[in-house]
Design a protein around this ligand. Structure first.
Ligand code: NDP
Ligand code: 8X3
Length: 253
């Protein structure tokens, strides 16, 4: 039985990944700040001993290290790490955005992701088995107004994923970056600080990606033959595409 370690498993992509991997016979390590939600998910999935809950904030480096170092058999042999915990906060332009929001995005999307990777990777290299699947975003490649620090954190994730591959050449460890576009999860409710109306408006008249869509892609990436590394997957709903360059024109008086 293989083991997958999923961060941000209480909602959205992470929760859907938990369901898809479990249904396919994987052992789960579910990490998130909301313990109750994880317990509910565990109960729903049958509540058995193949699911371990780690109630953790990925920003808390020491706690994370302690939890990962303390993993006991059979949870100590992680085959796949899904670095999914992350968030966007706000869409204000850079000169109006909150520095606290910026720091929280950097601490979660960048620092939390590198902590999980750094703490789990040595054992993967030692066993010469493993797969790091990062959840990036189209925002890591394509800029948009108000994307400022959020997009930049996802650019970090993209380049970190590529650089990991370089460091891990000669091992069997795989690294992939999944870069979704518009998807309906709790992401926008979090981004707009609980303003559900604003969040709903974003999806009005669209057919966005779902958690299940992304989980199925992550599962496909994780189950390719061992010599196959899917480097990046950029995925959008059909209703989404790019816009042309913005050009500001002065008004003639
Ligand atoms: P959700 O808000 O539904 O899920 C985010 C998950 O991350 C939650 O389980 C949340 O739980 C967890 N999380 C947030 N901060 C922390 C933390 N400090 N420590 C541990 N867990 C944390 O959003 P999505 O499922 O959409 O987001 C998942 C990933 O996908 C994110 O990295 C996001 O940037 C990315 N993404 C989302 C897209 C979208 O449009 N939805 C598109 C592209 C990428 P809790 O708050 O309880 O800890
Ligand atoms: C989430 C996608 O376009 O809202 O990463 O930034 S977007």
């Amino acid at each position: 039985m293989k083991t997958v370690f999923i961060t941000g498993a209480s909602s959205g992509f992470g929760e859907s990944c938990a369901r898809v991997f479990y249904q396919n016979g994987w052992r789960l390590i579910l990490c998130d700040r909301r313990k109750q939600r994880l317990e509910k998910l565990k109960d729903e999935l049958g509540g058995n001993e193949d699911i371990l809950i780690l109630s953790l904030d990925v920003r808390e480096k020491e706690n994370l290290k302690k939890a990962i170092d303390g993993l006991k058999a059979p949870f100590d042999k992680v085959n796949v790490l899904i670095n999914n915990a992350g968030l966007a906060l706000g869409m204000e332009p850079a000169h109006e955005a909150s520095l606290d929001d910026w720091e929280q995005m950097i601490d979660t999307n960048i620092k939390g992701l590198i902590y999980c990777t750094r703490y789990l990777l040595p054992k993967m290299v030692q066993r010469n088995i493993g797969h790091i699947i990062n959840i990036g975003s189209i925002a890591g490649t394509w800029p948009y107004p108000g994307g400022n620090v959020y997009g930049a954190t996802k650019s970090f994730v993209k380049q970190f994923s590529n650089n990991l591959r370089c460091d891990l050449i000669g091992t069997n460890i795989r690294v992939s970056n999944i870069e979704p576009g518009l998807a309906k999860t709790e992401f926008s409710i979090v981004r707009f600080k609980g303003d559900r109306e604003k969040a709903d408006k974003l999806y009005e008249g669209t057919k966005p990606l779902t958690g299940e869509d992304i989980a199925n892609i992550v599962y496909w990436v994780a189950t390719q033959p061992e010599h196959v590394n899917i480097n990046r997957v950029e995925v959008m709903p059909v209703c989404q595409a790019w816009a042309s360059f913005a050009i500001h024109r002065e008004k003639e008086n």
